[in-house]
Design a binder for this molecule. Structure first.
Ligand code: SF4
Ligand code: SF4
Ligand code: SF4
Length: 179
């Protein structure tokens, strides 16, 4: 009797899950093209880094909608963003593949040169820099996506990009892990 109840519950949950997936896909079909592009763009990190091969998040969003390009081209977004895009668009055909890390993917601040002007903190879209006015600033490597947006604002050019090390790499992958 207990086994029958468990089997019934499992079947119910499977049917419910399938119905919810179909509902999401159905919603995608009701949106206009512009609405879909806006919805896709809203899920992208907005770092405008260009690592996807497009000149910004909105152009990549347009390509996703108009050209059916893969959903896994955004390194800063990682697997979490891929999963959100799949749910939004009702696509399940693309498995997440970890983006190829750029050769110089992590920012590093030269502590001897940093003047604590705070400009890099305002430029970082993912809060990967810590520090306060007139204090040494530092990068949190596991948060840094390698977007390079902190480089241009630095008035003393004390931020450089360094290759990911084996110690840093697992931390970065963990932040992108699918729950
Ligand atoms: S890689 Fe991601 S964050 Fe960078 S421009 Fe493309 S969509 Fe935007
Ligand atoms: S620290 Fe610099 S390179 Fe790293 S995510 Fe922030 S802005 Fe981008
Ligand atoms: S922008 Fe450059 S000098 Fe200013 S706090 Fe950041 S690293 Fe230091």
């Amino acid at each position: 009797m207990l086994e029958l109840a468990v089997v019934t519950l499992v079947v119910y949950l499977l049917v419910l899950s399938a119905a919810m997936s179909l509902s999401d896909a159905g919603d995608a079909g009701k949106r206009t093209r512009e609405e879909t592009i806006s919805a896709v763009d809203a899920l992208l990190p907005q770092t405008q880094c260009g690592d996807c091969g497009y000149p910004g998040c909105l152009p990549y969003a347009r390509a996703i909608v108009d050209q059916d390009v893969p959903l896994n081209l955004c390194p800063p977004g990682g697997a979490v963003t891929v999963r959100k895009l799949e749910k939004l668009l009702g696509r399940t055909s693309y498995r997440y593949v970890a983006p190829v890390a750029p050769e110089s993917a992590i920012a590093l601040i030269d502590e001897k040169t940093c003047i604590g002007c705070v400009k890099c903190i305002h430029a970082c879209p993912v809060d990967a820099i810590v520090g306060s006015a007139k204090q040494l600033h530092a990068i949190i490597p596991e948060y840094c996506t390698g977007c390079k947006l902190c480089l241009p604002p630095c008035p003393v050019d004390c931020i450089t990009m360094i290759p990911q090390t084996p110690l840093i790499q697992p931390l970065i992958q963990d932040t992108h892990k699918i729950a």
